[in-house]
Design a protein around this ligand. Structure first.
Ligand code: ATR
Length: 304
């Protein structure tokens, strides 16, 4: 997404003027983010007098957040590597974000920013939009990195029967599982080594969420699990990767008769949820999210 296209979106709706609210994204790097595209399109469609810009923050996160507040910035998204690091610099934090231990959205309040986690909201909205049932299901989460905590807590909140947390290195899975189990006061998460996931699948109808970066373009043939023995037991899979549109993980599920979804909807819905918070809006219709999703797919094709 070039700057030219972002400003085109804004000038189609109305001009930037003295009352235009500023929204932005703090992270490092931020050059390849699609967030300005999504948010400026949302502003245009929802007729909101706001503009969304990227802020590369190389080191001093504290100064960046304080400075953003001093500049009157209305809201911010926070991305890698600052989602957890930002928490000490907030005035308040939403309960869900606190449990997850990461924020990706900051909303201006009277005395500072309040942090939220719309990754969790976006994931839940993707599951609901695709009518993927979680309640009472056996689930598996692949990966225990930054994205996984929001996914694991959301699955637990949505009534998953149990969650196998499989990671390449055991300690990370163990730490996250212990944190979730302690927070929920219920041993719902079982940490396992990724290489031993098959031996930990006694059922034959799993919902699996792929939360690692393996399979991301350009390394599209890579996949965290290769054995068909695994895929035979997966009835539904969601890959948080959205580029390529169909990952090798998704192909494995489809090849064995299951249903598979990519992370595009989650990404759009986390942005939609953030935009609702930024502008104090009630739920933005799914049709708007769908329109932006289609525009974005075209944008991705143009950038290929
Ligand atoms: P993110 O914030 O996107 O989750 P991350 O915190 O770096 O990124 O986590 C990446 C996840 O992908 C981790 O679970 C990582 O496993 P390790 O904890 O063992 O590093 C997993 N991952 C990355 N490359 C992998 C690979 N080649 N095979 C298996 N898992 C991999």
């Amino acid at each position: 997404m070039s700057n030219k296209q972002t400003s085109t979106v804004k000038t189609e709706s109305n001009q930037i003027n003295g009352t235009t609210g500023v929204l932005g994204l703090i992270g490092n790097p931020v050059q390849h983010t699609m967030s300005p595209f999504i948010h400026n399109n949302l502003a245009y469609r929802m007729q909101k007098d706001v503009i969304y810009v990227p802020f590369p923050v190389l080191d001093d996160l504290s100064a960046a957040i304080k400075g953003a507040y001093a500049l009157g910035i209305q809201g911010l998204n926070i991305t890698v590597p600052y989602k957890s690091e930002a928490i000490p610099f907030l005035n308040d934090i939403d309960e869900t974000a606190k449990r997850i231990g990461a924020v990706n959205t900051l909303i201006r309040t009277e005395h500072g920013f309040k942090g939220y986690n719309t990754d969790a909201m976006g994931f839940r909205r993707e599951l609901e939009a695709e009518q993927i049932r979680v309640a009472d299901r056996h689930t598996i989460v692949l990966g225990a990195g930054g994205a996984s905590a929001a996914i694991v807590f959301t699955l637990a909140d949505m009534g998953a029967r149990d969650i196998i947390l499989a990671n390449r290195s055991f300690p990370k899975a163990d730490t996250l599982a212990e944190r979730v189990n302690q927070t929920l006061k219920h041993p719902i998460v079982k940490p396992v080594l990724l290489s031993e996931v098959n031996e930990n699948m006694p059922h034959d109808d799993y919902l699996v969420i792929q939360c690692t970066s393996v399979g991301l373009s350009p390394r599209v043939d890579d996949c965290v699990v290769t054995r068909d023995e695994f895929y035979k037991k997966v009835t539904t899979g969601v890959d948080l990767i959205y580029n390529p549109e169909q990952t090798t993980f998704m192909k494995g599920i489809i090849r064995n008769g299951g249903h598979a979804y990519n992370g595009m909807k989650m990404l759009i819905y986390q942005a939609v949820s953030a935009f609702e918070l930024f502008c104090g809006l009630d739920e933005i219709p799914n049709t708007v999210a769908e329109e932006i999703s289609e525009l974005w797919k075209k944008e991705m094709k143009r950038n290929e």
